[in-house]
Design a protein around this ligand. Structure first.
Ligand SMILES: O=CC(=O)O
Length: 316
């Protein structure tokens, strides 16, 4: 039996299935292996599930026998895919279970911040309707607004489908133009024009060298003072300090954020802002999604073990 390392244990039923095929190194339920523990277990390992560990040169060097690294979710910015490819290690992500839930969270954050859902909720609990009639605090309907989606991959397109049903006009920016059947009724726009003209800007792109701090001070300057920014991507796609400053100075109207630059840390200033809705990186993680993702990762490992090309291979 080949050895695999499961950094954060899967559900018991999935672990049982894996143990029928592999010698499994993992952590006690409810915990996860620390980096040093993973490094120690890597020699001789065939597979690794990279949950909460950075797979870099040091890991790959320790894992000289690795054939496959799998990660849950869509984003794989914690894995050095180029280094893995050089060493002939397969890297797989798992976008299928998280695509629709993440898009839904983008829309949930958009509606929550535009219609001030969290803010109203806090007021109802505190204040028992005392705010009725305060016209400045009514919130903004998204109907007829322009939504600018940055990153028109699977998740961005799933956001576009939902936004269309809300009566929004949709534009997108992406590394490349899409064919019209993939555009979901959206129109391509260059980034500066999208930022200048959109009422809501949704970040749905992966984090990589070209997208790190894509939105900084200059970009927030371009936005309308009435614009909202929503992100379920990665915190580092925005310069978080510049975002805080833009919110503090009223350069934009509000933000809905599921992701942060230094999770689980959230800038204190954001916690104090009423026009910001915050969720703890739950975009892709609705009930049942984790189980589906664990089963898919187990399938990828077992396929690789039996010599099949696993699904969602990033570096074929
Ligand atoms: O963060 C979640 C994902 O990358 O799917």
């Amino acid at each position: 039996m080949r050895k695999i390392i499961v950094c954060a244990p899967f559900l018991p039923s999935v672990m049982d299935e894996l143990r029928q095929h592999f010698e499994v190194v993992t952590a006690p339920e409810g915990s996860r292996l620390r980096r040093e523990e993973v490094l120690k277990a890597l020699p001789g390992a065939f597979g690794l599930t990279a949950d909460g560990v950075r797979v870099d040169e040091e890991m790959l060097e320790a894992g000289r026998d690795l054939k496959i690294v799998v990660c849950g979710g869509a984003g794989y910015d914690h894995i050095d895919v180029e280094a893995a490819t050089k060493r002939g290690v397969w890297v797989c992500n798992n976008p299928d279970p998280v695509t629709e839930p993440t898009a839904e969270m983008s829309v949930a954050l958009m509606l929550a911040v535009c219609r001030r859902v969290s803010e109203w909720d806090r007021l109802v609990r505190k204040d028992q309707y005392a705010y009725w009639g305060n016209a400045k605090r009514m919130g903004t309907t998204v109907m007829d607004m322009q939504l600018g989606i940055i990153g028109m991959g699977r998740i961005g397109r799933a956001v576009a489908r939902r936004a269309r049903a809300l009566g929004m006009t949709i534009v997108y920016h992406n590394r490349h133009h899409l064919t019209s059947e993939l555009e979901e009724g959206a129109k391509y726009m260059d980034l500066a024009k999208l930022l200048r003209t959109s009422d809501v800007i949704s970040l749905n792109l992966p984090l990589g060298a070209s997208s790190r701090k894509l939105l900084g001070r200059a970009e927030f300057e371009l936005m309308k003072p009435t614009a909202f920014v929503v992100s379920t991507a990665r915190g580092a796609v925005m310069d978080e300090a510049a975002l805080v400053e833009a919110l503090e100075r009223g350069k934009i109207a509000g933000a809905g954020l599921d992701v942060f630059e230094h999770e689980p840390g959230i800038p204190k200033a954001l916690l104090a802002m009423e026009n910001v809705v915050l969720t703890p990186h739950r975009g892709g993680n609705a009930d049942g999604v984790m189980e589906a993702s664990m089963r898919e990762r187990a399938r990828q490992l077992m396929d690789a073990d039996s010599g099949k090309i696993p699904a969602n291979l990033l570096n074929p």
